[in-house]
Design a protein around this ligand. Structure first.
Ligand SMILES: *Cc1c(COP(=O)(O)O)cnc(C)c1O
Length: 385
């Protein structure tokens, strides 16, 4: 990736930089691989920066929200309410009411008590809520254990064995209408076999429901497609074709059934980098540390999930050396990379922490009373005088 380093010199570090040309290419690659009865709802929790949202709205995608705040942010950004779905194990009453009053497309319901509350609140407002049940397919995804969601022991969704019962129960209620099935097995999944397994489980369930005369108009397979954190420049656009082909090949839809997706990370991760400045190069007895002004407060993924991000010194230099790249926060886990070979580094250099467009800026905190980072796009930096 090329960075406008001259422009960066004028900006207060640390900040997020988004290459919107790459973002648009990525969104186009998604669209080019989709079919007419398929619908993409961007999982907004990956990045809610309004500058990013405007590109996703322009691509014609809907949104997958997990809170009332996200629903509001999406409406403000111009997402049509009828393309918004609302997931989450713990929806508050005000969030359910916001979703009802703005007429979103569908609630993805995760428990019977939640179903009852939605039915009650819909009745109070004279509405009928469209719902889908999030069914836990008990599929283990090959990813970090903190980001699998589709196994029986996870807190998410309704147990596989209870699917028929909850659908039939909802059909007895006056203010909910069950319009689909919803699934989401985890995040940063790079083995297409996991999605194939999910598709086959969905077929199984649909067959059982069929014998009870239950045919729902929508199937939502969630998100979770992973990206290449190791070598982002080799795979700047994820392999959407392989992902979508897996569902084309294995998932059997009824005639007229609509298929929904909720990709988050794979749409926005590669276009974003966290840019930090080198404050000090400190030679310890065993290692050399490059200490940045960016840390876990701006990008918590390494500290939270042991996640790997490629790190680059983007200030041109001759020579190379090995560094531990660390942040300034008073936590031992505030480390971006250990023992990485980088261009010879000095105070004042700019470093890019790559593939940080998803679960980066949105997870920033003010721990240590730090300022939240700004986010700049390539398009705005290139047009500034
Ligand atoms: C987080 C989430 C997604 C998106 O996951 P990615 O790995 O970012 O694609 C989709 N659906 C639900 C319900 C989620 O919670």
């Amino acid at each position: 990736m090329k960075f406008p380093i001259e422009k960066f010199q004028e900006l207060r570090t640390p900040f997020y930089y988004y290459d919107t040309t790459l973002l648009d290419e990525t969104l186009k690659a998604v669209k080019d691989n989709m079919q007419p009865n398929w619908h993409m709802h961007y999982a907004v929790k990956a990045n809610t920066n309004p500058k990013i949202l405007s590109h996703i709205v322009a691509a014609g995608f809907g949104a997958d929200c997990v809170s009332g705040g996200e629903i509001q942010a999406c409406l403000d950004a111009g997402f049509p309410a009828e393309k918004i779905v609302f997931a989450g194990v713990g929806k508050s009453d005000w969030e359910i009411e916001l979703a009802l009053l703005t007429n979103i497309f569908c609630f993805n319901v995760e428990s019977i008590p939640e179903l009852e509350v939605i039915n009650e609140l819909a009745q109070k407002h004279g509405k009928v809520a469209r719902i889908a049940f999030r069914i836990n397919p008990n599929v283990g995804a090959h990813t970090h254990e903190n980001i699998t969601t589709g196994r029986a022991e996870n807190k998410f969704g309704i147990a596989w064995e209870d699917a028929l019962d909850v659908i039939q129960r909802s059909q007895q209620m006056g203010h909910v209408e069950c319009v689909g099935l919803h699934f989401h097995i985890g995040s940063q999944i790079t083995e297409m076999d996991d999605f194939a397994t999910l598709a086959l489980r969905i077929n199984e369930l649909q067959e059982i429901l069929d014998t009870y005369g239950i045919r729902l108009p929508n199937v939502n397979v969630g998100g979770g497609l992973g990206i290449d954190y190791e070598t982002p420049d080799q795979n700047p656009v994820p392999n959407f074709k392989a992902y979508f082909d897996t569902f084309r090949r294995y998932l059997q839809l009824h005639k007229g059934q609509q298929l929904h997706f909720e990709l988050g990370r794979s749409l926005v991760a590669q276009c974003g980098s966290l840019i930090g400045k080198v404050l000090y190069v400190k030679k310890g007895s065993l290692r050399t540390f490059a200490i940045l002004d960016a840390g876990m407060t701006e990008l918590i993924r390494p500290a939270l999930y042991n996640a790997h991000h490629a790190v680059e010194n983007i200030t041109p230099h001759d020579g190379e050396s090995v560094y531990d790249v660390v942040g300034p926060i008073c936590e031992s886990s505030d480390v971006f990379a250990k023992g990485v070979k980088l261009a010879t580094t000095i105070r004042g250099d700019l470093m890019a922490i790559r593939s940080a467009g998803a679960y980066g800026e949105i997870m920033a905190s003010q721990y240590n009373s730090r300022k939240l980072p700004e986010g700049y796009t390539s398009e705005e930096l290139c047009c500034q005088q």
